[in-house]
Design a protein around this ligand. Structure first.
Ligand SMILES: [Zn+2]
Length: 423
């Protein structure tokens, strides 16, 4: 996610005035030079501050694949209430987009998390759309946040602290968190087995196997009161930790996500838990064997099916590497132009993002070309015509396929940006 940031305010003006006047005046207190990273939850009911910490030793906010949906920018404004403190503002990509099979376009989802670098001062934060409509406002007090961070009270259901499932080292710069949904306390040992299988599978999946040495995977025990998840079609309602249900997108059974009535609480809770380990992706293992999966902002919901690992790989392709689907069928209506530039889909044959990797001059490339050919194959992102993909097949097109070379490069680019060189 990219941030465009503007700092301004009294302290900055004071410093300029001193330069012009020379000595003589008492020096203003130094402006806070260590910004605070503030995590802000955007939900249906406005915004909440999840937590804050000084960024003195923190890495810059790392890039992620899902940002920059065209024309979908939020504006934030922080007004310090401490005298002489700095105010700040800027624009930032809206993190609340849902991408799922069957949707005609990325759609505004129920929630998302913003990571803002703000001055280390007490003040008021307002988030608006580009049109100026307020999404929410909150008071930020960096001094109070560390002690009073129990905004989401999950203490009855969250058991202990996150544990290491695969540990690359304290310096690892990519973190995944695995949490259970629909497992009772008695079933948590089975969750541990399921989580381990999924993570082992991912660690040996094409592409991920070369970078997993640099990934920390954490696991957090969370118990549900009942086993399984809600199934509206069957009239089944379950009391579970995150209220996940089949049919979360009406008419799409395999879309599993928190039910509408618990969305805000569940997504805020997930964001809160993710924050403990600075998770880049939260993998929610859902206790059902039926093939199902969905991604909503930083969360990947996946059932315990034979397809789980493949589904996660595909969803992480969207979440972390910014890849588009390459399907042309069973994926909803064709919508052009693209919502944002994608590494693996071309909108025109004279503007191919992978032009440097082409192995043929035949553009478009016929579908019967050898499978290893990197060209421009017509059909991607639910459009049989007018969009082109790099190879005949890819994990972004068929679950069982490996990433095509262009998508594999996007994976490698992400991990290299995090200091992890593929082995
Ligand atoms: Zn691909």
């Amino acid at each position: 996610m990219r941030t465009r940031r503007v700092f301004s305010g009294l302290a900055g003006l004071g410093a300029i005035a001193l330069l012009h006047c020379g000595g003589g005046e008492p020096e203003a207190p130094a402006p806070p030079d260590v910004p605070t990273r503030v995590d802000v939850f955007l939900g249906k009911d406005g915004i909440r501050i999840l937590g804050a910490e000084a960024t003195k030793d923190a890495e810059p906010i790392p890039p992620r694949g899902y940002g920059t949906v065209r024309g979908r920018t939020l504006v934030y404004e922080f007004r310090a209430t401490t005298p002489r403190a700095t105010s700040a503002g800027g624009s930032i990509d809206d993190p609340r987009f849902v991408e799922a099979d069957g949707l005609d376009a990325p759609r505004l989802g129920p929630s998302g998390v913003l990571h803002l670098d703000l001055p280390a001062a007490e003040g008021n934060l307002v988030i608006r759309t580009e049109d100026g409509a307020e999404i929410g406002h909150a008071h930020v007090d960096p001094a109070a946040l560390d002690s009073a961070d129990e905004i989401v009270n999950l203490s009855r259901d969250v058991i202990g602290a996150p544990r290491r499932l695969a540990f690359a080292g304290a310096a690892a710069r990519v973190n995944f968190l695995v949490v259970p949904e629909g497992y009772t306390q008695a079933e948590l040992p089975r969750f541990h087995d399921d989580a381990k299988k999924i993570v082992d599978g991912l660690a040996h999946t094409d592409g991920f196997d070369r970078v997993f040495y640099g990934v920390n995977v954490w696991m957090q025990d969370i118990r549900s009161k009942e086993s399984g998840i809600s199934d509206p079609e069957a009239g089944v309602v379950k009391d579970t930790a995150f209220g996940i249900t089949f049919d979360a997108m009406p008419g799409i059974r395999r879309a599993i996500a928190p039910a509408a009535n618990v969305q805000d609480a569940s997504y805020a809770a997930l964001a809160k838990i993710a924050r403990k380990v600075r998770a880049d992706a939260v993998i929610v293992v859902v206790n059902t064997k039926e093939h199902a999966g969905m991604r909503v902002s930083e969360n990947v919901f996946v059932s315990v099916a034979d397809t789980s690992v493949l589904t996660i790989g595909h969803e992480l392709g969207h979440l972390l590497f910014g890849l588009a689907d390459e399907y042309t069928d069973n994926a909803g209506p064709c919508v052009k132009p693209l919502d944002r530039p994608r590494p693996n889909v071309a909108e025109a044959l004279d503007a191919i993002p992978w032009a440097d990797m082409l192995t043929t001059r035949t553009l478009p490339t016929p579908a019967n070309a050898p499978r290893e050919t990197i060209g421009a194959f017509e059909g991607a992102k639910a459009c049989p015509k007018g969009l082109w993909r790099p190879q005949v097949d890819c994990k972004m097109r068929s679950l069982g396929a490996p990433f095509c070379k262009v998508c594999a490069r996007a994976l490698e680019t992400f991990f290299r940006q995090r200091g992890i060189t593929p082995r």
